[in-house]
Design a binder for this molecule. Structure first.
Ligand SMILES: C[S@@+](CC[C@H](N)C(=O)[O-])C[C@H]1O[C@@H](n2cnc3c(N)ncnc32)[C@H](O)[C@@H]1O
Length: 219
């Protein structure tokens, strides 16, 4: 009886912990200052809440705006460059990227509910659809990568999915050889990138909340 009680509390605490992320709190306070309260860029969404498999999809939390700005400030961005946020969630990182001179800032998201929220956010902000699109799709099979010069990943998925995504990236580089930067924040599966032999590590930057940031380049 006592054991069952304790395990209930343990489960409840564990669930609470999974719904808490420092970057999300950073956003919570930031969002309180949003002029339009209907914008929804922050908060934690667990994969199982949006029908995704927690074995493969990481919970949806926004990148730290501050760390992302530090990362983007370190790049030389040409007005022809286009960036894709792979696992774009509600679009929080895309909103920061839109302040930089990218020709396009697109997102790719597997959870349809999050795709819908992100599209609503950018429509409310009045962002031109010609500059910003959120694609609904799975990074493991999404092949329309040829237009992008930069891919941004905030540790969105498991090593298996990253391997499959890197195969798509590799096929895209064969079709369309070009310089391609991979911006990997909270870089967890670096071995998967190293063994591919396609990217070289250009730079490491300290991230927010001790999450390492890495800039890789192909070609
Ligand atoms: C940590 S969140 C990052 C959100 C956003 N990039 C940001 O930095 O603010 C990772 C996102 O990747 C999405 N995701 C997980 N697996 C995916 C897949 N196979 N294809 C596309 N998106 C995926 C999750 O649903 C989640 O919204």
């Amino acid at each position: 009886m006592r054991k069952r009680h304790r395990s209930h509390w343990w489960t409840a605490l564990h669930q609470l912990g999974r719904r808490w992320a420092p970057a999300s709190w950073e956003h919570h306070f930031y969002t309180r200052r949003e002029r339009d309260p209907s914008l929804d860029f922050s908060g934690v969404v667990l994969p199982e809440d949006v029908g995704l498999d927690p074995q493969h999809a990481v919970r949806s939390t926004p990148s730290s705006d501050q760390a992302l700005r530090r990362l983007l400030d370190s790049l030389v961005i040409a007005p022809t460059h286009c960036i894709l946020d792979v696992g774009s969630g509600k679009g929080s990182a895309m909103r920061v990227m839109l302040r930089y001179p990218f020709a396009r800032v697109d997102g790719l998201e597997l959870a349809e509910d999050l795709v819908h929220i992100a599209r609503q956010n950018f429509a409310r902000l009045g962002v031109e659809p010609s500059r910003c699109q959120v694609h609904a799709g799975d990074a493991a099979t999404f092949a329309a990568l040829d237009d992008y010069s930069h891919l941004y990943l905030y540790n969105p998925f498991s090593a298996d999915v990253l391997r499959a995504h890197l195969q798509q990236v590799s096929a895209s580089l064969r079709r369309q050889p070009r310089p391609l930067w991979l911006l990997y924040v909270n870089a967890k599966w670096t071995r998967e990138i190293d063994v591919l032999g396609l990217f070289r590590l250009e730079r490491r930057l300290p991230g927010q909340w001790a999450q390492p940031m890495r800039i890789y380049r192909a070609n």
